[in-house]
Design a protein around this ligand. Structure first.
Ligand SMILES: Cc1cc2nc3c(=O)[nH]c(=O)nc-3n(C[C@H](O)[C@H](O)[C@H](O)COP(=O)(O)O)c2cc1C
Length: 330
């Protein structure tokens, strides 16, 4: 069974992917309840942390019930990365994860995220320095390479392991692909099958059904699956995968009552964490997925995503339950 440093994980753990504006404490709590074995924060800018930017600092908030939890940081400047390791360590996570995979232009153009795939020496140097600078296990999340012609994930994996990286999560796309095309899990399996490798190799990209998760485990032989988009507005995905592994059968989709309950708790936790205004505003993006596929739902959705006060949103949830309580999800 895989271990990250001293953290013992179950067989084929399911990891909640770091996702900006999604993987915040309320969402992580819901995923944890539904079976996520490790959760990661959204990425945090090392430059923001050392400037003490409020937005970055707030993302450091973690809670006992979500452990083991990894805090993810990004950056490309050694000094800033080391200072931010100290700041991150002080907030007590179980893991520090380095983002070497973000494809977004504003990150890449500073040489951070997937930008560093163009300078593997620097990637290794930063990782080594960070490993030496903390007592916490350091993990890396990255992509296959910069583009199709520069897939060097095997070299990257070996060198990161050699400098003390404790686990690797690999998204089966290149930076050039962004999110287009299908994730290719074959190069990830090659890394896993390299006899030199002994740290856990987690696969990421397009795990969107329990069958796909099983394929990642049984056909590709990876150590665990990191799950992103399939969980957005659907934290039940973790439980569904685990049930399928155990029984070979699919759980029925969550009922309307369960969805309303999750949406309510999500909103309440968001308000408790960041206050009424931000809580109401920033939880809006999740509702579409919680209530996906319900016919004639537009008026209710509009009320949820345009109301400025939480009382009206809670009221909309109750109306949904009253009106669509018997709706059968496919
Ligand atoms: C809304 C969104 C935000 C993301 N933010 C981050 C991030 O902060 N850090 C990171 O390493 N990856 C981030 N990603 C990438 C995901 O972690 C993951 O690698 C990607 O979505 C592929 O996995 P999936 O097919 O399971 O979604 C983000 C993805 C999405 C959709």
């Amino acid at each position: 069974m895989p271990k990250i440093g001293n953290i013992q994980l179950p067989d084929f753990p399911l990891l909640l992917a770091p996702m900006e504006d999604v993987s915040d404490p309320p969402f992580r709590a819901l995923c944890k309840e539904q079976g996520a074995d490790v959760v990661f924060t959204e990425f945090i800018s090392s430059e923001g942390l050392i400037r003490d930017a409020a937005k970055s600092v707030m993302k450091l908030d973690i809670y006992e019930k979500e452990r083991p939890v990894g805090i993810q940081i990004f950056g490309a400047v050694l000094d800033s990365m080391l200072k931010s390791v100290e700041i991150v360590e002080a907030s007590g996570p179980d893991i520090i994860d380095i983002n070497f995979g973000c494809p977004v232009k504003k990150v890449v153009c500073k040489g951070a995220g997937a930008g560093i795939l163009k300078d593997i020496d620097l990637m290794v140097k930063l990782t080594e320095a960070m490993v030496k600078h903390t007592r916490l296990p350091v993990t890396v999340k990255t992509r296959l390479g910069w583009d199709h012609d520069s897939i060097r994930i095997m070299e990257v994996a070996e060198r990161l392991q050699d400098v003390g990286c404790q686990a690797l999560s690999i998204h089966g796309r290149t930076r050039a692909q962004m999110y287009k095309g299908d994730a290719d899990w074959r190069p990830i399996a090659e890394v896993k099958n390299n006899p030199r490798m002994h740290i856990p190799i987690f696969g990421n990209g397009d795990v969107d059904t329990p069958e796909r998760a099983m394929e990642m485990r049984d056909k590709y032989g990876l150590d665990g699956a990191m799950i992103g988009r399939a969980s957005i507005g659907y934290p039940w995905f973790f439980k569904e995968v685990k049930h399928y592994f155990k029984t070979g059968e699919h759980l029925p989709p969550p009922s309307m009552a369960e969805r309303v309950d999750a949406a309510k708790r999500h909103l309440q936790m968001a308000i408790d964490w960041k206050g009424e205004t931000l809580g109401v505003f920033e939880t809006r993006r999740h509702y579409t997925n919680y209530f996906k596929g319900i016919p004639n739902f537009k008026d209710y959705r509009m009320k949820m995503v345009t109301s400025d006060d939480s009382a009206s949103v809670f009221e909309a949830f109750d109306e949904v339950l009253e009106t669509f309580g018997n709706y059968e999800f496919a």
